[in-house]
Design a protein around this ligand. Structure first.
Ligand SMILES: Cc1cc2nc3c(=O)[nH]c(=O)nc-3n(C[C@H](O)[C@H](O)[C@H](O)COP(=O)(O)OP(=O)(O)OC[C@H]3O[C@@H](n4cnc5c(N)ncnc54)[C@H](O)[C@@H]3O)c2cc1C
Length: 303
């Protein structure tokens, strides 16, 4: 582990911000988590690369996006959390149908940008509350569309500070994942859509948002879908398995099951990591004992 004094000395020569003993609770949708030893917001790519060259192979690093798919432990996070800011969230038009977006871009912004430029295919992004970086990592998706369906290539940096471009054809995407090195930090990605009328795109966005709002809770402290659909074991959706196996009023402290969508778990007020983890474990075990099916978490648990 690197000494705080070394990080402090690095932080003096850069424009980006370093925070020490940073409260992670406010950085994620669940509103749960402990303190990070260090939290780094690089101002630009060259600062990120300098940091990685110096510390990337020695330090435990976690790259945080919008925090909409993570459940963070209440203990001290011993490494450095990196958060990419506005200089990593530019969107540009490469051609009539090709867009490039920085990895800190909020998905909804890319969907809006595509709509303004008469490019269809990005509508589903208006329903995912994460960043492009998080979406690439998770191969996020909804309404039968996933990141992989629009992706052309990814630009990334490895933990030694080396930049690389990976064409989509070289990446094996899975349901909510990919086979890329887990330490890669995504910088930007290029995507391809199709020419379409702005009004038609906007109508599709409105209709997807309505569908989503009808079936899933909004404005709550949650991590979205807690478990993945067990697609290799059954055609049943995970919410159906939960609904028939688990009493939906199950609570651990302030951690509860959403009454609107039983695969969404909610921090009702001040749930701790342990409350939420107990709820997750209870649901997993109960589904297994009632249906024989093993379900896996979609949300990522950060230790
Ligand atoms: C209300 C709600 C609704 C949701 N609906 C959906 C849905 O319909 N479909 C769906 O698929 N998901 C959904 N999610 C889950 C979540 O929004 C997605 O998984 C999203 O893509 C995560 O992005 P993020 O930026 O929040 O990532 P985070 O939660 O911050 O991180 C998730 C993972 O991505 C990694 N990561 C983030 N940025 C980078 C980067 N630049 N480089 C490398 N790794 C990176 C993190 O290290 C972590 O491993 C929902 C969540 C909520 C709270």
């Amino acid at each position: 582990m690197i000494k705080i004094s070394e990080l402090k000395s690095f932080s003096k020569d850069i424009k980006g911000k370093f925070f020490f003993n940073y409260d992670l609770k406010k950085t994620n949708w669940f509103n749960i988590g402990g303190i990070a030893r260090a939290y780094f917001k690089p101002e630009n790519l060259s600062e990120l690369i300098s940091f990685l060259k110096k510390f990337g192979s020695k330090e435990k690093i976690f790259l945080l996006g919008a925090g909409s798919n993570v459940l963070i432990e209440d203990e001290l996070f011993e490494g450095v959390v990196i958060k990419l800011g506005k200089n990593f969230s530019n969107i540009s038009l490469l051609s009539e149908t090709i867009l490039v977006a920085g990895s800190a871009t909020i998905d909804k912004k890319l969907s809006e940008f595509a709509c303004e430029n008469n490019i269809g295919g990005f509508e589903f992004l208006s329903c995912i509350p994460g960043t492009i970086g998080g979406g690439l990592k998770m191969n996020s998706g909804c309404f039968e569309r996933e990141f992989k369906d629009i992706l052309l290539s990814i630009q990334a940096v490895d933990k030694t500070g080396k930049i690389l471009t990976v064409p989509a054809s070289k990446i094996k995407f899975a349901y909510r994942g990919n086979d890329l090195d887990k330490d890669l930090i995504f910088l930007s990605a290029s995507f391809k859509g199709k020419i379409e009328d702005k009004q038609i795109i906007q109508n599709t966005i409105n209709s997807l948002k309505n569908k989503k709002n009808q079936s899933q809770p909004t404005k709550i402290k949650t991590g979205g879908s807690t478990f993945k659909n067990p697609i290799n074991q059954t055609k049943e959706k995970v919410w159906e398995l939960i609904k028939k196996s688990v009493p939906l009023d199950t609570k651990f402290g302030h951690a509860e099951i959403s009454q609107k969508h039983c695969n969404f778990f909610v921090n009702r007020n001040n749930a701790t990591f342990k409350d939420m983890k107990n709820l997750i474990d209870f649901v997993k075990q109960t589904v297994k004992s009632k249906t024989g099916i093993d379900i896996e978490t979609e949300i990522e648990i950060i230790k």
